[in-house]
Design a protein around this ligand. Sequence first.
Ligand code: 2HG
Ligand code: ZN
Length: 472
Amino acid sequence: MPMDVVTLAQQLGRIVGPANVLTGGAETGPFATDWRKRYFGRALAVVKPGTTAEVSAVVRLCAETGTAIVPQGGNTSLCGAATPDASGTQLVVNLSRMRRIRALDTVNNTVTVEAGCVLASLQAAAAEAERLFPLSLAAEGSCEIGGNLSTNAGGVQVLRYGNMRDLVLGLEVVLPSGELWDGLRGLRKDNTGYDLKHLFIGAEGTLGVITAAVLKLFPKPRAQATAFVAVASPRDALALLTHVQERCGDRLTAFELMSAACVEIVTRHMPGVQTPLDRVHPEHVLLELSDTHAAGGVRELLEGALAEAIERGVALDAAVATSEAQARGLWALRENMTEAQVREGRQVKHDVSVPISRIPEFIDAARAELERAFPGVRVICFGHVGDGNLHYNVAGPASMSEDAFMARMAEVNRIVHDATARHGGSISAEHGLGVYKRAEILRYKSPLEMELMRRIKRALDPHGIMNPGKVL
Ligand code: 2HG
Ligand code: ZN
C-alpha cells in the first residue's frame, strides 16, 4: 500500500534522521533534474542514508509500501538514469553521504570504498598511497563511485586499464527486498558459480542499490608524456594508434580523437583553452603515455614515435607537452568538450562503439546519410578512439532553428544508430541506456536478449520498485 508522503517522510526520518529527508519542490528540485536540464522529474522525497544499514532499512520500507526508488550519486548522468519521473511517486535515494574509504590494501592492491565517494577523492586517496585508481573522466570532480559502477563508466584510460567493470573485484548491494548482499571480496580469482557482481554493474540501479565496492589499484605512474597531434583523417588516426602501440606498447594510456569542429567549439567557448598547433587540422589526437619508471625517457620515446609518424606521413604536426602545466592545457581541450557543447547549444548526443578498425568507414557513412537528410548538418565527433567509442554528436544546420532540429531527434538517432548497427556496433558504449535509449535499444538488441534481461529483473525485483522506467 503506497504511503502518504508525510507518513513516509516521518518513517524515513526515523531511519536516517529528519535532517536527511527532503520534501517539497524547492528542496527536492535539484535532485529531480539532470545537470544537462533534459529530464525534469518530480521526487516524492529525497532521502540521504549515511550507512549501509540505513540504505537497507530505507529499501525495506519501500518494499513494504510499494514505493519506487531512484538511486542517485553525483547526478552527472547523460541518459537520465538518476532522475525520477514526473509522477511525484518516486523516492530519490541519494548516496552522497556514504563517501568513506573503508580500507586500502597496498599488497592486495585494492581499495574498499562506499558508493557516494566522489571519483576524484578516490583517485587522490590512491595517489596518497602511491597507487593509481585509473578510472578517469571529465565529470570526476562530482561523479560518484556508485554511479560509475551502475553505468559501467569508461572515460579516457579504458585503453590501458579497462572500464569500470574491469576494475571491480567485489560489491556490497542492498537488494530490492532490503536484504544485504555482502560480496565485498578482494579476490582476483573466484570461480564459484555465477559472477553476481556483474549483474549490478551497468544495471543503472534497476536491480538493487550498490553501497560499496572493492576496486583494483595499480602502480602509480612516475612519468607521463602528453601530445596533441594533427592528422588528416580518422583513417590516419588509426594508423597513428597502431604505430604508437607498436612503438610504445602498454605505456599508451589515452588516445582521444577530436575533429576540427570540436577544436573550434572548445577554443571558442572555453576561456583560456587553446590549441598548441598553428592551425586547426581536419582531425586531432590527444595521446598520453605513462610509465612507472621515472627515468624511463617516456617523453623521448613519444617524441621519437611522433617524429617517425610525421616522416611517414601518418601525422601532420604534433606538440608534446614539456611541463605538467602544458599537459594540463592539452587535456583542457578534451575535458572541456562536454561543457563547450552545452554552451554551443543543443545537439543530439550519441555514445556509440564500433570495432576500432571500422571507425573511419562508420564516420563517413553516418555523415553522408545525415547530410542527405539535413543538408549543412554539423557533426561534432570526438571520443575514445582507442576503445572504438565515439561521441558522434549532431547539431542542426545553421539554416534550421534548434527547436526544429531537436524535434527531429528520432530521425537523427535512427540514422546514427542504424549506421552503428550496420558496422557491428553498440548504441551505448559507456553512458548507459537510462531513459534516453530505453525504447531505442529494442530495435538493436535481439528479443531473446531483452527477454533474458526482463527475466533477471523479475527474479531480483519482482515488484518492480528499483528505478522503474530506466533501461527496460
Ligand atoms: C566524454 O567522453 C564524455 O567527454 C561525454 O563521455 C561525451 O559530451 C559527450 O557527448
Ligand atoms: Zn566519453
